[in-house]
Design a protein around this ligand. Structure first.
Ligand SMILES: [Zn+2]
Length: 232
């Protein structure tokens, strides 16, 4: 099997979507990117998780051509491709329709930092994009979804190496990371953050964001120069 390691990585990540219960039916996809070969492996379109195998992963190059597969790739493949081109440091992408993240995306609200669970992973709000224009949808919906995410990050001066998640308005979450499995991990974290934020604002709709000094303490102890979270 060609691209064996890359396919296995993408397969593992897609199975982790199912294990973490982040998608019903086939509503999620993950991909793994190999920058040296300039290709990524992604879930085939419409194949249930229980039928997936490493060899069913579809290998695509950065021009969008299928290099190795008889199966059709995920319908979201163009979004993955544009993100790999726009955010060159990322090595894996995950997209799901997990309930709480979708609820925030449908509400078209960025998720404020309300507590330390969020601050452990990100020091600022999780961005939500605007709606795509009618022309963009007509042109190439999935490709333009990728462009919308990149434009949102550029206009908000977000660093995709730090903010590894986004909500696409009216649609749902896309996350990424240093590997495909890491991208799925970020989808699971995002779902929990969205759930906690929803519950918090339900209990007290006037809840204010966490003070900056607590946000930074949590971020620094996990990711800063003098991080002391976990084992050496
Ligand atoms: Zn979707």
């Amino acid at each position: 099997m060609e691209y064996k390691t890359l396919r296995e990585e993408a397969f593992e990540a897609n199975m982790e979507i199912a294990r973490q219960k982040l998608a019903k039916y086939t509503w999620g996809n993950a991909s793994a990117f190999d920058p040296d070969k300039g290709v990524f492996a992604i879930k085939p379109s419409g194949v249930p998780y229980e039928e997936l195998k490493p060899e069913s992963m579809v290998v695509i190059d950065l021009t969008g051509h299928t290099v190795d597969s008889t199966l059709r790739p995920s319908s979201d493949t163009e979004t993955h491709r544009i993100l790999y081109l726009g955010f060159p440091s990322i090595r894996g992408i995950c997209h799901t329709h997990s309930t709480y993240a979708v609820a925030w995306a449908q509400s078209r609200l960025s998720v404020p930092v309300l507590g330390t669970t969020h601050a452990d992973h990100n020091t600022h709000e999780i961005p939500c994009t605007g709606f795509m224009s009618a022309d963009a949808v007509k042109h190439d919906y999935e490709l333009e979804t990728g462009n919308l995410i990149i434009r949102t990050f550029q206009s908000r001066k977000e660093d995709p190496d730090i903010t590894t998640m986004v909500l696409v308005a009216g649609h749902g979450p896309f996350t990424w990371g240093e590997s495909a499995v890491h991208a799925v991990y970020h989808s699971a974290i995002l779902e929990e953050i969205c759930k906690m934020a929803y519950l918090t604002l339900t209990i007290n709709p006037r809840t204010q964001p966490l003070p900056e000094y607590i946000i930074h303490k949590h971020w620094e102890r996990k990711h800063g120069a003098k991080a002391y979270y976990g084992q050496k």
